[in-house]
Design a binder for this molecule. Sequence first.
Ligand code: GAR
Length: 199
Amino acid sequence: MCVSAPRIGILVGTRGRGSNMRALAQACASGRLAAEVGLVVGPRADAPALEVARAMGLPVRVHDFTAEDAGPRLAEALSERRCRLLCLAGFLRLLPTEVLDAFPGRVLNIHPALLPKFGGKGMYGRHVHEAVLAAGETESGCSIHRVTPVYDEGEVVLQRRCPVLPGDTPDTLAGRVLALEHQAYAEAVAKVLRELDGD
Ligand code: GAR
């Protein structure tokens, strides 16, 4: 009997580079992550991350998040593509509650700091690293957490740590954290998929 790999959906933002989306897709393609990308969703056709997804030959959907029925339609699209898990990668809005209801505990997000520190509305990308440096932290890292209706508040599934070095700028720290993100997201997805399989 041929058992197909579980599918994941990936939701990207308008401005992100798509590097976490690419890292997840590469982990699937290499077999490091026993899953396949069922759908990459983004809010605009010209979002850089969607361009990357198209170039990788991944199935792509442009979704209008301003539409009244944006939530149910997204949940439907992910279900049609048989996605078991949804991974946010640079998607910075709050997710419509219908999607959270359709995928209970099965929506993950990656954040470039050690939650619960340096999370919440407005804490994204460079702002996070600036805040970490301003606070004089000696350590940072990334967190993968389950998504709830509140920004960055859901259960942390996995964290990876790195030092903050003397002389770090937001860019050097962001680079160190991003390298961790690219490894950690696939590990977190594997962990949640194993849980879903009852391991
Ligand atoms: C990543 O660093 C991710 O952690 C961050 O956006 C970047 C997206 O980069 N997300 C947040 O800050 C969420 N609060 P990418 O498009 O290259 O994956």
